[in-house]
Design a protein around this ligand. Structure first.
Ligand code: RFL
Ligand code: PHB
Length: 392
């Protein structure tokens, strides 16, 4: 099997990249380890930056997004028993769109297949060969048989535990990492959200987040020790703890219901540098992980896909290599912007220890953030998404 660009992974990064390349006349094949229902059912992010929505529009995958995406003009922050709102539109003239990653992925897969694109499911890549010199070759399994895909370039969009990240180990890679001792316990339920907007809550018992997937479906999160297991948490214990961490006026409005899903996600930051190794490029979670607090993971996957598609398209159109040469640098600038914001926001909202000094600092930080026009603008600018770098 041969193609121009071999894409490993049918997550948001790989799928969006295949669409963007197709639009610019570049052929690709996506190899995905998991089955289609598994990929489409993975419950993860929920917030799309305007830049991500713009890319979905650009590739013409926006019908359901336009119908079902919830446009939010701001978010609420609950702390010290008060609730403050930051208005994104007022501060930056830009809203966010609440639309689940499951829908993003399902929409991109459906459109890709409808346009004759190739996505091979249940086709795990076992090895990436010759990417430093010569023609790259992917070795993968399909229906119990070993197969090969020969290509000009490889896009490693296979997430944090994928083959791309494994392949580059020991090649002068720099790894930057910071972990936290806690995670987020998430619960999805078919109940109306407690508020029209997202509520991020800082509380002495720990962080809580009220989010949603639709006007009838809610997604809530609680900070928990990373050692907690989902089996330890009953639905009743989750709802009780959530209400304790919200201001009373909000807590009494929470509508509870049985879980559709419950899971624990770790909170950590990690970046590998560089993102390019000869003809292999890393994009999305394969290259970097952000704690979910800033809602940046999926959006960074989208901006990486954009930069990579432009660089590869410039090569095929005009044999230009400068954008590929700059790929790592261009992506990393936006990545570190998001890492900075997500880390700062995680620190401001979560309970790290019992030190009263840290608690006073958090309180001062939140009062400044919500009280100063300049701070609100800086927050909004980051939350709605830093600009994509112009290409020239
Ligand atoms: P993905 O979505 O992980 O997709 C990678 C794909 O590669 C496949 N794969 C392979 N395919 C072939 N051969 C191999 N050897 C392969 N190894 C792996 C995988 O099956 C998968 O389909 O990466 P991508 O495209 O970079 O997208 C990134 C986003 O998915 C991610 O940043 C966000 O979902 C992060 N994230 C969250 N982000 C938010 O903004 N808000 C959240 O609430 C949020 N919650 C989460 C998350 C990530 C989680 N992970 C990774 C476990 C919750 C969880 C649990
Ligand atoms: C979500 O709805 O899953 C969500 C929203 C905002 C975040 C993280 C996750 O910061």
């Amino acid at each position: 099997m041969k193609t121009q660009v071999a894409i490993i992974g049918a997550g948001p990064a790989g799928l969006l990249l295949s669409h963007l390349l197709d639009q610019q006349g570049v052929e690709s094949v996506v190899l995905e380890r998991a089955s289609r229902p598994h990929v489409e059912g993975r419950l993860r992010a929920g917030v799309l930056e305007q830049g991500t929505v713009r890319l979905m529009r650009q590739v013409g995958v926006h019908d359901r997004l336009d119908r079902e995406g919830l446009i939010h003009q701001g978010v609420k922050l609950a702390f010290n028993g008060r609730v403050e709102r930051i208005d994104f539109v007022r501060q930056t003239n830009t809203p966010i769109t609440v639309y689940g990653q499951t829908k993003v992925t399902a929409d991109l897969i459906e459109a890709r297949l409808a346009r004759g694109g190739r996505i091979e499911f249940e086709a795990p890549v076992k090895a990436i060969k010759n990417y430093l010199e010569g023609r790259p070759r992917l070795v993968f399994d399909q229906q119990g048989q070993g197969r090969e895909l020969i290509c000009d370039f490889v896009a490693g969009c296979d997430g944090q535990h994928g083959q791309a990240r494994r392949s580059i180990e020991g090649q002068g890679v720099q790894l930057f990492e910071k972990s936290t001792p806690f995670g987020w316990l998430g619960l999805l339920a078919e109940v109306p959200p407690v508020d029209k907007e997202l509520i991020y809550a800082n509380h002495p018992r720990g962080f809580a987040l009220c989010s949603m997937r639709s006007p009838t479906r809610s997604r809530y999160y609680l900070q928990c020790p990373i050692t907690d297991r989902v089996e330890q948490w009953s639905d009743a214990a989750f709802w009780d703890e959530l209400r304790r961490r919200l201001p009373p006026a909000i807590a009494e409005r929470v509508v509870t219901g049985p879980r559709l899903e419950m899971s624990i996600a770790p909170l950590r930051s990690s970046v590998v540098e560089p993102l390019r190794f000869g003809r292999l490029f890393l994009a999305g979670d394969a290259a970097h992980i952000v704690p979910p607090t800033g809602a940046k993971g999926l959006n960074l996957a989208a901006s990486d896909a954009y930069y990579l598609s432009r660089a590869l398209a410039a090569f095929y159109a005009d044999r230009r290599t400068d954008l590929m040469d700059r790929y790592s640098q261009t992506c990393l600038r936006r990545v570190w912007g998001a890492i900075r914001f997500s880390w700062w926001y995680t620190q401001v909202l979560h309970k790290f220890d019992d030190d009263p000094f840290s608690q006073r600092l958090q309180s001062a930080e939140l009062l400044y953030l919500t009280g100063s026009e300049a701070a609100r603008t800086a927050f909004a600018e980051n939350y709605v998404g830093l600009p994509f770098e112009p290409f020239e």
